[in-house]
Ligand binder design. Structure first.
Ligand code: PHE
Length: 521
């Protein structure tokens, strides 16, 4: 506006360094001011309201060393000043000279002082050769400091530049003229040709904004996958490329039977208590599981069987029929394994989801005893009555893999996990013996956390017990191994998140979700 008003008054602006910005007393002569002015000029130029010419300036400023010389004198002057007049005192040796004016000034200044014939050698020391000197270096630097140049001309400036006492600073200033669209107010140009403009004819006089073909488009605000879903998709791909099939896991509500009893978890196990598991109040009782299987499970708990002595505690139907929010996806795995064993029990396979049937016509043969191998996985939500903190929520996701085949060993489980975790980018995993009611042996899985620089537990695994598999109807030589890891922890490591509430829940910043990069293991 200042530029437009000034142009309106005086026709042209000869030198932008003379403009006085409102609210300031001095003209806008500095380098920074001219850069600001240039921004305004280009904006006015694009509207063809003005034209302008650029003028280059060159001025000089002092280096720190130059400034020091203005204050204390040149090296040669300081050397001269520290020496005695000839015949009036002890000549000064080099070590003493260095002590007085410093190493650099003593070396450089001595040479120059000699050249100027200001000092002379006497014995092993030096004395003044003249009574007075003119420190022209200091005088020149003073001139540059206050005027930005030397009246004597370029030769002296070049010398000072060479001595690194001054540096050149290029600048710009501008001459401004009115342009074809000159006006004192900046009209907002039209961005669209509208029906109104066409019917009224106002388009003929309207100014239109020029197309900017180089501009970035506005990012579309579409939906975005949550980071957990991105990691889930990557893990799903690893399972699929290893030949696994995904289990149906939509049953968030399970019975005590499928979540615990079928897995040979004792009915008095602490995990089943209220403070660990969420129970439903309405409805609170489940449908009855398959009767014959239910009896076999109750019996192995109460009395034993299949070479096991069981838990020898009274069986409670009520405990088994309680409805709860599943505490692990192994509840779904148990239901799936029960289905897988259908033919072994002499039943038809009742597989609504088609996961198990999809393989029966394939390459994996069904044995005479009705068994065929299977590799199954799931990634879904589980619930635990946890105290919530930075790393725990009452609901989270489990990743679970289950392999059923004849004569599998613990080495198969370990080998499989090594391959799997390597594909997830964790090449060094370690295992520790552990206890699980439904697996024996059981192994805790540890991975090295690159940010924490320590080993952290990432999951749990083991060989499912005969007490679990044989009541389902599996032949004795069939082994099933399985493992589970959380989905949240690898996701938090991936995205460098250390509070789970930044990842899930109402406090999650939505832009974190929108901007989270894709994951590739
Ligand atoms: N269910 C176990 C857990 O919740 C994981 C697991 C799955 C362990 C399968 C062994 C076998 O941690």
């Amino acid at each position: 506006q200042l530029i437009l008003d000034t142009l309106d008054r005086s026709g042209t602006i000869g030198d932008t360094r003379t403009l006085v910005i409102p609210g300031r007393s001095d003209p806008a002569a500095s380098h920074e001011d001219q850069i600001t002015i240039l921004g305004a000029l280009n904006s006015l130029l694009s509207r063809e309201m003005i034209t302008y010419d650029t003028h280059e300036t060159s001025s000089h400023v002092l280096t720190p060393e130059g400034t020091q010389i203005v204050l204390e004198g040149s090296h040669e002057a300081r050397v001269w000043a520290s020496l005695p007049v000839k015949g009036e005192g002890e000549p000064l040796g080099v070590p003493e000279l260095k002590r007085q004016v410093g190493d650099e000034a003593a070396e450089v200044g001595r040479g120059r002082a000699f050249k100027n014939r200001w000092i002379a050698k006497e014995g092993s020391g030096f004395v003044k050769a003249v009574a007075a000197i003119k420190d022209s270096t200091q005088l020149e630097l003073r001139e540059v400091d206050s005027t930005g140049t030397l009246q004597a001309g370029e030769k002296g400036l070049a010398e000072l530049r060479k001595r690194k006492l001054i540096i050149q600073r290029k600048g710009q200033w501008f001459t401004i003229h009115k342009g074809p669209n000159f006006s004192t107010s900046i009209a907002k140009p039209e961005t669209d040709l509208t029906v109104d403009m066409l019917t009224s004819g106002s388009w003929k006089t309207a100014t239109f904004k020029k197309y900017n073909f180089g501009a970035d488009g506005i990012p579309t605000s579409g939906g975005a996958l949550h980071p957990l879903l991105k990691v889930r998709e990557e893990i799903r791909c690893i399972f699929l490329e290893m030949g696994f099939e995904e289990m149906p896991t939509s049953s968030f509500v399970e019975s005590g039977f499928w979540c615990f009893d079928a897995l040979f978890v004792p009915q008095l196990h602490p995990a089943r208590e209220l403070q660990d598991t969420f129970y439903l109040s309405d409805p609170s009782v489940s449908l009855r599981p398959p009767e014959a299987y239910y009896k076999r499970v109750a019996e192995v708990h109460e009395k034993g069987g299949y070479d096991s002595i069981g838990y020898r505690t009274p069986w409670s139907d009520e405990e088994s029929h309680k409805l709860l929010l599943r505490t692990h996806t192994t509840a779904s795995s148990a239901a799936m394994l029960y289905k897988l064993a259908a033919k072994c029990r002499g039943e038809e396979l009742d597989d609504e989801d088609g996961v198990l049937k999809s393989r029966t016509g394939g390459t994996l043969a069904v044995g005479d005893d009705g068994f065929r191998p299977a590799k199954l996985f799931s990634i879904d939500r589980v619930f635990r009555n946890e105290t919530m903190d930075a790393t725990h929520l009452a609901e989270f996701h489990q990743v679970e893999g289950v392999v059923a085949d004849r004569n599998l060993t613990l080495a198969d489980l370990i080998g499989f996990m090594r391959v799997f975790f390597k594909k997830m980018g964790m090449s060094g995993v370690r295992f520790k013996p552990a206890y699980n009611p439904y697996t024996e042996p059981s192994l805790e899985i540890f991975a090295f956390h690159p940010m924490l620089q320590k080993w952290v537990e990432i999951g749990n695994s083991g060989m499912f017990r005969p007490e679990m598999l044989e009541p389902m109807g599996f032949p004795k030589d069939v082994r099933v191994h399985g493992w589970g890891i959380g989905l949240e922890r690898p996701t938090m490591i991936r995205y460098g998140i250390n509070n789970i509430r930044t990842l899930v829940g109402h406090k999650t910043p939505i832009e974190n979700v929108e901007n989270a990069p894709a994951v590739m293991f």
